[in-house]
Write a protein that binds this ligand. Structure first.
Ligand SMILES: N[C@@H](CCC[C@H](N)C(=O)O)C(=O)O
Length: 274
């Protein structure tokens, strides 16, 4: 049996999208997702995205990292599926329901409310998540936030000089983070511009991370470092992040706007992965 797929990306963070909304596909589990994501033996991608029918929203988006782990959110994939769907939609994810809307060559996404409680991230034990008394070789005084998935954010003088390929896996797997963590290393360039590199949980260094941009922006807003609308510049390009109120008690959603691209369509032989 041949299974159709769509290769897409958001600022170079790339996805294999399987669309099971209208037709039944063979069962996708962690092992199959990791095999398809393998850049040498499979199709190759940072995340595998599986679209399914939903009882609570227009459709459901399941997200698997390239190591096979299933996760709650992916900002770049949200913009990609908005482009694919072609009109505004409510999308169920494991991290909550988000709202997407195509916008030019990309999409505008209501990513939902950030959560800052230590046990919502989750951390292993209570602490102030906006100013954490921990650090890893120059990545000091971080903050943590859950934007559908867990992130730790460190602000440094120049994020391009940080050896994120070495520190990323160490921080991702620190026992402080019982569900592992996405690692954001950011530099504030002005009141409206942040430069960001991300080591993604379960995927490693990526060209861009939409949820990482959201996490970094809301932490910078809560610390009073930037305005409530910022451009976050990742290695793959810029995203715009807005958060109406930097007081988390007000409960405002994060809004992310940026491009998405369909690269090509293809199919694979199911027996090669079953
Ligand atoms: N690339 C994504 C995030 C994908 C999930 C993440 N690696 C996790 O494990 O939570 C994005 O654009 O947000």
């Amino acid at each position: 049996m041949r299974v159709p797929f769509i290769k897409m990306h958001g600022l170079g963070n790339d996805f294999v999208v399987l669309d099971a909304r209208a037709e039944t596909l063979p069962p996708i589990n962690a092992r199959v997702a990791a095999a398809l994501a393998d850049r040498r033996e499979g199709i190759g991608c940072d995340q595998l995205v599986l679209l399914e029918p939903s009882a609570d929203a227009d459709f459901r988006m399941r997200i698997f990292n390239s190591d096979g782990s299933e996760v709650g959110a992916c900002g770049n994939a949200a913009r990609a599926v908005a482009l694919l769907h072609g009109s505004a939609a409510r999308v169920e994810t494991a991290g909550g329901i988000i709202a997407v809307e195509p916008d030019g060559g990309g999409a505008r996404v209501d990513m939902g409310r950030p959560r800052f409680d230590w046990d919502a991230i989750p951390l292993a034990y209570p602490m102030d998540t906006l100013s954490m008394p921990v650090g890893w070789e120059g990545m000091d005084n971080p903050a943590a936030v859950n934007v559908g998935n867990p992130h730790v954010v460190c602000f440094v003088e120049d994020c391009d000089t940080v050896p994120l390929d070495e520190l990323g896996p160490e921080i991702e797997n620190d026992p402080l983070f019982p569900e592992r963590i996405n690692v954001n290393c950011a530099t504030i360039e002005s009141r409206t511009r942040i430069r960001l590199r991300v080591w993604e949980r379960g995927a490693g260094l990526t060209r861009a991370c939409g949820t990482g941009a959201c996490a970094t922006a809301v932490v910078a807003m809560r610390r009073g470092l930037v305005e409530n609308r910022v451009t976050v510049v990742l290695p793959g390009g810029p995203l715009t992040i807005e958060w109406a109120d930097s007081n988390p008690a007000a409960g405002a959603s994060i809004v992310m706007t940026g491009p998405a691209t369909e690269a090509f369509r293809g199919s694979f032989e199911w027996d090669d992965y079953a």
